[in-house]
Ligand binder design. Sequence first.
Ligand SMILES: CC(=O)N[C@H]1[C@@H](OP(=O)(O)OP(=O)(O)OC[C@H]2O[C@@H](n3ccc(=O)[nH]c3=O)[C@H](O)[C@@H]2O)O[C@H](CO)[C@@H](O)[C@@H]1O[C@H](C)C(=O)N[C@@H](C)C(=O)N[C@H](CCC(=O)O)C(=O)O
Ligand SMILES: Nc1ncnc2c1ncn2[C@@H]1O[C@H](COP(=O)(O)OP(=O)(O)OP(=O)(O)O)[C@@H](O)[C@H]1O
Ligand SMILES: N[C@H](CCC[C@H](N)C(=O)O)C(=O)O
Ligand SMILES: [Mg+2]
Length: 485
Amino acid sequence: MKQFIDYIAFLEEKKVVGNGNPKLDAIVFDSRKVNATSLFVAMKGTVTDGHKFIPAVFESGCRAVVCQELPEAIPDDAMVVQVRDSHEALAKLAAFHFDFPSDKMKVVGVTGTNGKTTVATLLYRLALELGYKVGLCSTVANFINDVKLDASHTTPDAVTLQGLMRQMVDEGCEYCFMEVSSHALDQKRVAGINYRGGIYTNLTHDHLDYHKTFDAYLKAKKTFFDNMDKEAFALVNCDDKNGMVMLQNCKASHSTFSLREMADFRGRIIESLFEGMQLEFNGKEMWTPFIGRFNASNLLAVYGAARLLGWDEQEVLRSLSSLKSVDGRFETIRSKTGVTGVVDYAHTPDALINVLEALNQIRKPENELITVVGAGGDRDATKRPIMAAEAVKSSSRVILTSDNPRSENPETIIEQMMEGVLFSDRIKVICITNRKEAIKTACTLAKKGDVILVAGKGHETYQEVKGVRSHFDDREIIREYFEQL
Ligand SMILES: CC(=O)N[C@H]1[C@@H](OP(=O)(O)OP(=O)(O)OC[C@H]2O[C@@H](n3ccc(=O)[nH]c3=O)[C@H](O)[C@@H]2O)O[C@H](CO)[C@@H](O)[C@@H]1O[C@H](C)C(=O)N[C@@H](C)C(=O)N[C@H](CCC(=O)O)C(=O)O
Ligand SMILES: Nc1ncnc2c1ncn2[C@@H]1O[C@H](COP(=O)(O)OP(=O)(O)OP(=O)(O)O)[C@@H](O)[C@H]1O
Ligand SMILES: N[C@H](CCC[C@H](N)C(=O)O)C(=O)O
Ligand SMILES: [Mg+2]
């Protein structure tokens, strides 16, 4: 076991108070989980302040504390270290605790409002296909080679993340692909990671409840590229208006991808069908079962990263063609009667615009597109009316329903969505609070050839209403009602 003094040796801007130097076996940031061999890091959060619990931590026998503000009383046998930024210190201490796993494999992070799970998962699957040992950290699940582990966050807290990476290294992983959320960047969850590469997909409206302004959201994303060192690559989507902004002052080597203009990785859609797309990347053609321009962009990002990692181009193109859709992203289910159900994780205005555009391009004009959509509670409320407006603009009919209302009143969320719908368009809209009933109604209304889009929850297998989670899976419900048609 290492001693406290070893842990803090490499922290910058620290002030040490007290003479204790306990042996430690865990880093903890929740006072309810400490014991005599824990190092407690006190952090200011969005709900409360970890510093308030330092006296309780001492009560529990813990003698090693890292904090931004010193407590009034410090036991004689304790040591307290004051740092400028506890979040950053936690990330660095966690990296030290697990012996810097990100130095021992090639870690590639994916950031952006939409497309992170898709790009990171496809890179992971491609690596497996090419015979590499590889880990994945994503919204849907974490993977160490083919072993699946549950994920509670898109990017977990620094201690969980470094622990997960340690396991990846122990299992021989050469690569780790991970999503890097804006919350994680703001809370410095990834500050202890040495990246081999970073990918930027796009930046559109989301999470303004947390970041308050779009500019603050953009700045959080940019810190990912600002902190990358010169051995790494930064691969950005230059079709997105902030793509080049990410590269400003970025020391990593710069690469771009685009479906519109000249770029290091240039893509083009040759043909788009319900079954998939024929694509051209840097002059070479390939077929993919994926649908939608946004997925052509995601695949191009995967192709670019694979090339920057030095993987063989022929093998990459061949393997890319055989990759299947990602859990809950544009998953299609067909009924015996010729109705197509599409379950997609679109939970932002831009994602919804993209998915609807893709569906409208491939459906026959005489067939209807019925969209079932809600918006999450305790999350950015400003996106609600915009999502409803976009759904109505691009669908034949819309059923507004609940997503995960969490602690909020579901009816209020639907009313706020409805505010985005023009009075003259309201005839197209039905409001059904119960999501299962909403999906059932869509199935009942659909005729042969029609498409039902059920958006927002994708891979999720629960619904959270009034703080209680119950089993809920859009795909299961569609299948159940399709059976009855
Ligand atoms: C808003 C947000 O991101 N919150 C995250 C944050 O918690 P917080 O800052 O609110 O913590 P807090 O409750 O104020 O507590 C402050 C500190 O006091 C400590 N404490 C608290 C109580 C106590 O009795 N004793 C104690 O020591 C807490 O452990 C914490 O260290 O830090 C926690 C530990 O890392 C996270 O679990 C928590 O995620 C919450 C559950 C969450 O819902 N986060 C979502 C919004 C999120 O992170 N989403 C992103 C992006 C999603 C995407 O777009 O894909 C993600 O990466 O998943
Ligand atoms: N490149 C893209 N541009 C715009 N929309 C996209 C893109 N890729 C995927 N989408 C849409 O966004 C939804 C979410 O995609 P994905 O899960 O890959 O994104 P994410 O960034 O991981 O999201 P989250 O922040 O919730 O983890 C998809 O279901 C699809 O509707
Ligand atoms: N990672 C996203 C997921 C949203 C998914 C949607 N189904 C919801 O619950 O709002 C978030 O936390 O904002
Ligand atoms: Mg994700």
